[in-house]
Write a protein that binds this ligand. Structure first.
Ligand code: SAH
Length: 397
């Protein structure tokens, strides 16, 4: 707050995006830099922290796509914003269990993480802390070997990840990126800004820009019907990069987050100790988040890849076989407490009132993955490519 107040007094109000970036990822004082409270003992809980089944089914999704795409002999698993590293750990366990299927494939893991605190936790989770900082041979800031023997690299930016056939993963990542907010007024669209309250010392408040800002001109569509709009240009740039990389080098991206398809208005929220927190109070001590606008992500893929979804989490997980997996785990668990825990976490993930309906899955895939091969090229092939698991029922062969 002191840092921001000084800045606001010196140079006037800032955009919500600038405020959010300072509050979350400022290298000295940002929330993710210092606190990064993912998990039960932190500020917010995420699906991979609730149940191992979530990561297992995600791992199956990648294997199923790898098979559908002709089992390339190498791939990179690239996770954006890995939190505590739990999701990647669960996926790597599946890769190990299916080692006979993946046996001839050279797999590496690439984590994009800005938080020094969280990258340390990830290193502990995935490599038991056996990592080498600033490896000379790579653009990565850290590298290690997973407990299952797979090389892992850490980067601050997706652009540092080497090119190559890649499966991307972004779970609760895009909602943490800075948004711009706009309000329709009688005088036209105005951008919402953050300023210091002149009446109350060290208190922040929202104000409207007196005139249009560059962002108002760039981000509001002429046909916009809503009175309040949030736009996350950084998410747009990252999706553009993912789409270009998939178009050029092959692979797929799976994005899972809470969000909407271009319909919601004011979704900017703060969380601290699992409770709602005023977004302008004590910046840097709470997680700030806004719902992901999947219609914007789809637009930003710019036709370079096909897109699927958003589809509700409960439908995606059902298609991936969560019910069957739950039955197996229940049969294998001897004690009542574990069984209760399994049923409770299933309910958290699947119940429409909990995470089942508000979380969505969305995918970027090469166009050829969804289109029947041209008969001229392959006259013997009459069949369509296999359906994409999750968005359709998983076919176990
Ligand atoms: N995927 C995890 C964590 C979600 S929290 C889970 O579902 O449990 C958001 C994650 O994104 C954190 O790891 C945070 O440090 C990271 N992050 C936030 N902004 C980022 C940015 N601009 N670049 C890279 N990582 C970022």
């Amino acid at each position: 707050l002191r840092h921001l107040a000084r800045k606001l007094r010196a140079s006037g109000p800032v955009t919500v995006a600038e405020y959010m970036r300072e509050a979350l990822t400022n290298p000295g004082q940002g929330y993710y830099t210092r606190r990064g409270g993912v998990g039960e003992s932190g500020d917010f809980i995420t699906s991979p922290e609730i149940s191992q089944v979530f990561g297992e089914l995600t791992g199956i999704w990648y294997i199923s796509e790898w098979m559908a795409m002709g089992k390339p002999n190498t791939f990179q698993l690239v996770e954006l914003g890995p939190g505590r590293g739990t999701l990647t750990a669960d996926i790597l366990r599946v890769f190990k269990q299916l080692a006979s299927v993946l046996s001839k494939c050279d797999v590496s893991v690439h984590l994009v993480e800005v938080s020094p605190k969280l990258s340390k936790i990830q290193a502990e989770m995935l490599t038991e802390g056996k990592v080498q900082p600033n490896p000379e041979d790579k653009s990565a800031y850290m590298k290690g070997i997973s407990k299952t023997g797979i090389p892992i690299f850490w980067y601050r930016d997706i652009q540092d990840v080497p090119p190559g056939y890649s499966f991307y993963l972004a779970h609760e990542f895009f909602d943490a990126l800075p948004i711009h907010k706009f309000q329709r007024t009688e005088k036209g669209w105005r951008e919402v800004l953050v300023d210091i309250d002149p009446e109350v010392p060290d208190q922040l408040r929202f104000v409207l820009s007196p005139s249009r800002t560059p962002a108002t001109q760039n981000f509001i569509q002429p046909e916009e019907k809503r009175d309040h709009v949030e736009v996350c240009p950084e998410a747009g740039v990252i999706v553009q990069r993912l789409a270009s990389r998939i178009e050029k080098d092959g692979g797929a991206a799976l994005v899972a987050d809470y969000g909407h398809d271009g319909t919601k208005t004011d979704t900017f929220r703060g969380f601290r100790n699992h409770k709602l927190h005023d977004v302008l109070s004590a910046p840097g001590t709470a997680d700030l988040t806004a719902d992901v606008d999947f219609s914007y992500l789809r637009k930003m893929a710019q036709g370079r890849t096909a897109t699927l979804g958003p589809i509700k989490q409960r439908e995606f997980l059902k298609n991936m076989g969560i019910d069957l997996r739950l039955q197996v785990l229940l049969q294998n668990s001897g004690d009542t407490a574990t069984r209760e825990q399994l049923l409770h976490s299933y309910d958290m993930l699947m119940n429409p009132e909990k995470m089942g309906d508000c979380f969505n899955f969305f995918a970027l895939l090469p166009h050829h993955r969804l289109v029947a091969p041209d008969k001229k090229d392959k006259p013997e092939s009459k069949s369509l490519p296999p359906p994409v698991a999750g968005f359709n029922e998983l076919l176990l062969k």
